[in-house]
Design a protein around this ligand. Structure first.
Ligand code: C2O
Ligand code: CU
Ligand code: CU
Length: 433
């Protein structure tokens, strides 16, 4: 844009149709296209402006999940876009390189809007990320991997929750980037996968079928200080991980989601999907691979708040009936935080079923999980964390930003990102003043 030098994006929310299965067309929603949305990309320090047009016949919103920005640009349930209307949020990208995403956030209807296909990635780059010897050619050796579970009913989607589904909708198969049975031909020795769990309720325990290690290089809000070697990484709805996989010429490697522990009793585990296993994505290596540089042993400086700077603590008890015993109320501000301060939030799930916890506006540090230092996958910048029943986490959050971040009128949200729970009672509102 000439006037303010902003990078401008156009997003049209519209109805569509997609042939997920040969010969059968399914009614969908998408941003611009028929299903999901374009990958948006901007650099740290850049001004962005998004023109969002709602061409659906119901009101919705677009939330920038993981983005640090003023509350009135956040796209939560207070920034609804009526059918036929346009909304133009603008902000300056002021955070490290990361894999973020966007999706609707209409109160009570988020699960359905996301399931129909409204979701996309928003990548942030910075000077460091553009110099690092990590795979970074988008669509070549740096691949978005948006994972969703689905179920079909005849020609359409089946969004039903089924019997005993206290976590919400669980599909019986998975898609990557809106494709069933996905595979990808790989021509480089190392490939970066930007994993996004865009499912509404399902938690995945990702790993390769042959048990190979991968290098975890990034979490929700950016790159780690050093890569961590892992063979499994669990992502609950809304969480992201950047992993680098090493391929051998001619081989096939299957990214799988494995059965998981941590769901309470066997009954809960079964009905929350913890027993399920899916082949998520097959990587097919070409017979000759371009060599990739070794992964740097140091990725950079982690920008994370320090719990010792905290000026106050807050407690959050996760229950399906509401957080801290209160059901979400659009007209009630639950917490007021002071701009420029650090807080420690203690989040506890003793509800007998899995939940997770997402906070808008910030990337936080996981200080402790059940009194212990966090595992490698929780040592980076996070905006969403998984809490199986019986888990307590301490998080350090810093509410930074210029004067435009102080707004006593417009709240940010914190909530369970199992969207059925979010749509129900499990969300609260905080203002930064
Ligand atoms: Cu990804 Cu409040 O949401
Ligand atoms: Cu969010
Ligand atoms: Cu929940």
């Amino acid at each position: 844009d000439e006037k303010d030098g902003a990078r401008v994006f156009d997003l049209r929310m519209r109805e569509g149709e997609k042939e997920f299965r040969p010969g059968r067309r399914t009614a969908t929603w998408g941003f611009d296209g028929d299903f999901l949305g374009p990958t948006l990309r901007a650099e740290r320090g850049e001004k962005v402006r998004v023109r969002v047009r709602n061409e659906l016949d119901e009101a919705s919103s677009v939330h920038w999940h993981g983005m640090h920005l003023p509350a009135r640009m956040d796209g939560g349930p207070h920034q609804m876009i009526e059918p036929g209307a346009e909304w133009t949020p603008r902000w300056t990208v002021d955070q490290p390189a990361a894999t973020l995403w966007y999706h609707p956030h209409p109160h009570g209807r988020t699960e359905r809007h996301v399931q129909r296909g409204l979701a996309g990635m928003f990548l942030v780059d910075d000077e460091r990320s553009e110099r690092l010897a990590l795979p970074r050619t988008y669509g070549v050796d740096d691949l978005p991997v948006i994972v969703q579970d689905v179920k079909f009913d005849g020609a359409g989607f089946d969004h039903g929750h089924g019997l005993m589904r206290s976590v919400g909708f669980l599909g019986d198969r998975t898609m990557v980037n809106g494709t069933l049975d996905p595979y990808r031909v790989v021509r480089d020795e190392r490939v970066r996968l930007r994993l996004l769990n865009a499912s509404t309720a399902r938690t995945y325990a990702f790993g390769f079928a042959d048990g190979r290690d991968v290098a975890l290089v990034g979490t929700d809000g950016g790159l780690l200080e050093r890569p961590a070697t892992l063979d499994r990484i669990r992502l609950s709805p809304g969480e992201r991980a950047e992993i680098v996989v090493r391929m051998a010429p001619g081989e096939r490697a299957v990214l799988r989601s494995f059965p998981q522990d941590g769901y309470g009793d066997a009954w809960q585990r079964r009905f929350a999907g913890g027993d399920d296993s899916f082949d998520v994505l097959q990587l097919r290596a070409a017979d000759r691979l371009r060599p990739s540089p070794a992964i740097p042993s140091r990725l950079g400086e982690l920008e994370l708040p320090d719990a010792r700077d905290a000026v106050r603590g807050r407690d959050f008890e996760l229950r399906m009936s509401g957080i801290n015993g209160r059901a979400m109320d659009m007209g009630r501000i639950d917490e007021t935080v002071t701009r420029g301060t650090t807080e420690v939030w203690t989040v506890r799930n003793d509800n007998g079923m899995p939940h997770n916890f997402h906070v808008h506006d910030v990337q936080f540090r996981v200080v402790e999980v059940d009194g212990e230092a966090p595992p490698p996958e929780l040592r980076g910048r996070k905006d969403t964390v998984f809490l199986p029943s019986g888990t307590t986490m301490r998080l350090a959050l810093r509410f930074d930003g210029g004067p435009e971040f102080a707004d006593p009128e417009v709240p940010f949200m914190y909530h369970c990102h199992l969207l059925y729970h979010e749509d129900g009672a499990m969300m609260g509102q905080f203002v930064v003043v």
